[in-house]
Design a protein around this ligand. Sequence first.
Ligand code: SF4
Ligand code: MG
Length: 327
Amino acid sequence: GLDYAERLARFLGANVEERVVHAVDGVSLTINPGEVVGLVGESGCGKSTLGRIMAGILPQSDGVMNWQGKDMSALPRAEAKAARLASQMIFQDPMSSLNPRKTIRDIIGEAPIAHGMVARRDAAEMVTALMLRVGLDPSYLNRYPHQFSGGQRQRIGIARALAVNPRFIICDESVSALDVSIQAQILNLFMELRQELGLTYLFISHDLGVVKHISDRVAIMYLGRIVESAPADAFFAAPNHPYTIALLSEVPTIKQRKRQFNPVKGEIPSPLHPPSGCHFHPRCPHAFDRCRIERPILREIAAGHVSACHLNEMPGKAASPAIPTTA
Ligand code: SF4
Ligand code: MG
C-alpha cells in the first residue's frame, strides 16, 4: 500500500529559509525561520496589506522585500516565482477563496499541476495525502466546497496552500470566523504542521488571545507602522507602547471573542491622512508636544524588544500597564 505520510513528507520536504521584509511605510519586520510571528492591530491598520505584500499578491510601492537575503524585485523570474510560491496565504473566509464550481480534487491539485510540481496523473494521490494530513476524509475528493462545514473548508484552504510546498504561511484572520472549539482545532493543526514541516508563520489577527496562544514573537501595527515587537513572553509580561497597553487592557475573554474589536478609546484616524508625528498621539493618554511633531522610531528597549515611543528616551517616564483589575 501507499505510505501517504512518507510521500507527503518527501513531497513537502525543503529547507527552512530566512525572510526579511520592509514594507508599508517603512515597516521593518524580520521573520526568522521556524518562527510564528503574531501581527496584531485594529482593522484598517495595514496588517492585511503587509501580509499580501509578503505573500507577493500585492506589489510593494517602495521599500525592499528580501527573500533569503536577496531583494525580491531583483531576482531572476524563475527564482521570484519560486519565492512567491514558497509564501502562501490562508484567508479568513475559505468560502470566498474556494471556487464553488470546482471539486476539492481540482482546488487542491490545480496549482501544483500548473507549476509542474506534480504530474496530472499523480495529482489525485497527492491530494489524497494532503486531505488526510489536514484531517479531511479523502473519500470526499470529488465533493464541492459548499458540501463542507466552515472548519472543513478552512482545512481545504490549508491543504491547497500546502500543495505548492510553501516554507512560509501567512494566516490573515484565518480562524476569526470559526467557533471557538473549531478555532482550537485549526490552531492545533497549524502548530502540528509547523513541527512536521518546519514552517514559518506570520499570523495576522485582531485577537490578542489567539496570538498569545501560538506566537513566539508579537508585532503590533498601528496605521501602517510597527509600533512594538517583542518575544511573546516579554511582550505580555512587560508591554511598553501606550497603544499596546491599551490593547492588552481590553483582551476579551473567550466568551467575548466574537465582539467587534475596537477597544482603544477614540476613532481610528484614516490611514490615508495619518496624524503628524506619532500616529497614535490623538488617542494616547501620555501624548506631549514632541509627539505631535516628531515621529518616534523603533528603539530596542530590551533584548529583541523594540518600541516606538518618545517616552522611552525619558528615564522613568515609559508607560506601564495599569494594575489589572479582576472583574
Ligand atoms: Fe504616546 Fe507620544 Fe509615545 Fe506616541 S510617542 S505613544 S503619543 S507618548
Ligand atoms: Mg484585514
